[in-house]
Write a protein that binds this ligand. Structure first.
Ligand SMILES: [Zn+2]
Length: 315
């Protein structure tokens, strides 16, 4: 079985890698990310189903093009993924990348940063992102190194130079992006991006679709629910989730996630009221959702554990 899987993997690599590399506007491109223009000037590379250190390109990442320059939103889970996105950008526009915005700390969103590091590009994130990346970066590098079979240098953790305290507006030239540092939810460093021109709201991992929502180590179930319900009232023509389709209609896109998180909260509360212990909770809470999500077996128990710990002492 192992050998069979190896053969399939090698086949896929040959299919997606370009050799010799294609020259795209002066860049040597081994791979060009497949992007969708979800609305004029907003491009998304949809991630595929899987988990980061096993399956690679799983997060939705992309870029927004202004008259003066381009803002990249998340760079993927490896330098190669970042390079492929950079090649896709070069293919679509000749304007330079002036900003890399990281929506939060998770490795599938930040480990491609190095591909974009240059003097004219500023890295931007939530005011808690710098600390979170410094703290978790070494672990991410170790795990990514194990997967790639090479030792990744600390250079792969490119920290934000500019920190968003509450809100920040970026002008890409005739196109304004509004960045908002959100309160604790999926993590404690979630940043959203609103493209004023097309009313596109880039929610990243505040919204999961198909892939089970995952409460990050610094996140909070109760606070995430509160925030996503509040964000549903924000008028937007479409949203970009962190995992799932490249674009979804708003506010209905959040309904499945709200149902899952609510059930997790309510079932955990009921369990606690009946003095149920955590080991049994892990086998019983929220399993009505099992068939509705991908990666359920990887993440649901972790979510129960987080919910249990969070709700155990609530008034
Ligand atoms: Zn995440």
């Amino acid at each position: 079985m192992f050998i069979k899987n190896r053969v399939v993997t090698i086949g896929l690599v040959l299919l997606v890698s370009q050799w010799p590399p294609l020259a795209v506007a002066g860049l040597a491109c081994h791979k060009i990310a497949e992007v969708t223009e979800i609305t004029p000037g907003v491009f998304v590379r949809a991630g595929h189903s899987g988990t980061i250190f096993k399956d690679g390109d799983i997060a939705n990442i992309g870029f927004i093009v202004g008259k003066r320059c381009v803002a990249v939103i998340d760079t993927g889970g490896s330098q190669q993924e970042g390079e492929a996105l950079k090649c896709a950008i070069k293919q679509k526009t000749s304007t330079p990348v002036c900003y890399v915005i990281n929506t939060h700390v998770h490795p599938d969103h930040i480990l491609g940063n190095l591909a974009f590091k240059c003097p004219d590009t500023r890295f931007i994130g939530h005011h808690n992102l710098r600390r979170a990346m410094s703290l978790l970066g070494p672990t991410y590098l170790r795990r990514a190194s194990n997967k790639q079979g090479e030792n990744l240098s600390p250079d792969h953790i490119v920290l934000p130079e500019e920190q968003v305290q509450q809100q920040l507006e970026l002008d890409l030239g005739g196109r304004v992006l509004q960045l908002t540092a959100q309160p604790q939810a999926h993590t404690d460093n979630d940043l959203t991006i609103f493209d004023v021109e097309t009313r596109t709201l880039w929610l990243a991992d505040l919204l999961f679709s198909r892939h089970i929502p995952v409460i990050g180590g610094s996140g909070s179930l109760g606070a995430w629910l509160k925030l996503i319900e509040k964000l549903q009232k924000q008028p937007a023509a479409r949203v970009v989730p962190g995992h799932g389709p490249a674009s979804m209609p708003w506010p209905e896109a959040a309904n499945d996630e709200i149902r899952y998180l609510s059930r997790l909260r309510d079932d955990t509360r009921t369990w606690l009221q009946q003095n149920g212990e955590l080991p049994e909770a892990l086998e019983n809470v929220g399993y009505a959702e099992q068939e509705k999500w991908e990666q359920f077996s990887e993440f649901h128990k972790r979510n129960i554990s987080t919910a249990y710990t969070e709700l155990e002492w609530e008034e």
